[in-house]
Design a protein around this ligand. Structure first.
Ligand code: NAP
Length: 288
């Protein structure tokens, strides 16, 4: 694509941004859809988020993604916030509107679309959610909003599990999140679960670890979804498979959060075949 006077610009603000795959996702999409759009990463220093957002508006940017550590902080610098993002308390996508940017969260719908694309249903399921960090919070909101039966939220620090469960139960009006200490996994009911792995344990380069390393736990898991995508088969996934469960990594979540942002910026729907072509290209690029 030729960059010319009509090129629309989107980008990513965060710190660090050097290892991001978002430029690859968005520039590949723009190329495949013949859009005159370029996507650039912007490293933003602590304390500079308001100026960065103001500057992006002044420079006529079409939209921005927001990554660690600014997903909450950026909410003070935008003029509108989508209801879902407000509930989750984290914004990862800014869309240009009259007078500023509107903030959205595409991580959660991205995970939902990724799961649907893998044939995983969460509606009516009993879920074990491992972790209570930023990603796990969004997953807990997703589960509550999709009417899961129950979510057992297990975290190393019980206080964080309690806080996330309380917040999600209160904000969604559904008493479906049950907090537990990670070490109490043996007291999970005796049935089969969908497990969503949302801790950072097992991520490259610490690939020889799983957050729970007891096969007895994995006997209760029919499907394991790991939010980590590097490596493409985590120890958690291996342990799920060893007990005859199905296991998936989080690369499609990354893809679909990007696709949903691209759809919001360009006011269109990306065809599923195009999404899967980008997915293939992304896997090759990452050598996964
Ligand atoms: P975070 O806010 O830092 O949370 C980290 C979580 O991991 C916490 O629950 C923490 O427990 C737990 N944890 C860390 N070390 C642990 C250990 N040694 N033993 C037990 N638990 C441990 O991180 P995040 O933003 O939620 O991200 C979590 C993971 O999701 C990361 O691997 C990230 O790459 C992945 N992710 C993937 C996507 C995607 O698009 N696929 C999107 C977002 C995130 P404590 O609370 O007890 O510290």
């Amino acid at each position: 694509m030729e960059i010319n006077g009509y090129t629309r610009t989107c980008g990513l603000i965060g710190n660090p941004v050097e290892h991001t795959m978002s430029p690859f996702i968005h520039n590949t999409l723009a190329h495949m859809l013949s859009h005159n759009l370029a996507y650039v990463p912007f490293h933003v220093e602590q304390g500079q988020v308001p100026d960065a957002v103001k500057g992006a508006y002044a420079l006529n940017l079409l939209g921005l993604n927001v990554t660690v550590p600014y997903k909450s902080e950026v909410m003070a610098s935008i003029c509108q916030i989508d209801d879902l993002a407000k509930k989750i308390g984290a914004v990862n996508t800014l869309v240009r509107v009259e007078g500023g940017f509107k903030g959205y969260n595409t991580d959660m719908p991205g995970l939902y679309r990724a799961m649907c694309s893998e044939g995983i249903r969460i509606e009516g399921e009993d879920v074990v959610l491992l972790g209570a960090g930023g990603a796990a919070r969004a997953v807990a909101f997703l589960c509550a909003s999709k009417n899961v039966a129950r979510v057992y939220l297990l975290n190393r620090s019980l206080a964080k599990a309690l806080a996330v469960a309380k917040e999600v139960n209160e904000k969604t009006g559904k008493e479906c999140i049950y907090p537990m200490a990670l070490s109490d996994y043996r007291s999970l009911p005796d049935k089969k679960f969908l497990a969503i792995q949302a801790t950072s344990v097992g991520m490259y380069p610490n690939m020889d670890k799983a957050v729970i390393e007891d096969q007895e736990f994995y006997q209760k898991i029919h499907t394991g979804y790991d939010l980590i995508y590097r490596p493409s088969e985590t120890k958690f996934m291996k342990m799920v498979k060893e007990q005859d469960g199905k296991a998936f990594h989080g690369l499609k979540m990354l893809l679909y959060q990007g696709i949903i942002a691209y759809e919001l910026w360009n006011k269109l729907s990306v065809p599923e075949e195009t999404a899967l072509e980008v997915y293939q290209a992304l896997k090759e690029k990452m050598e996964l």
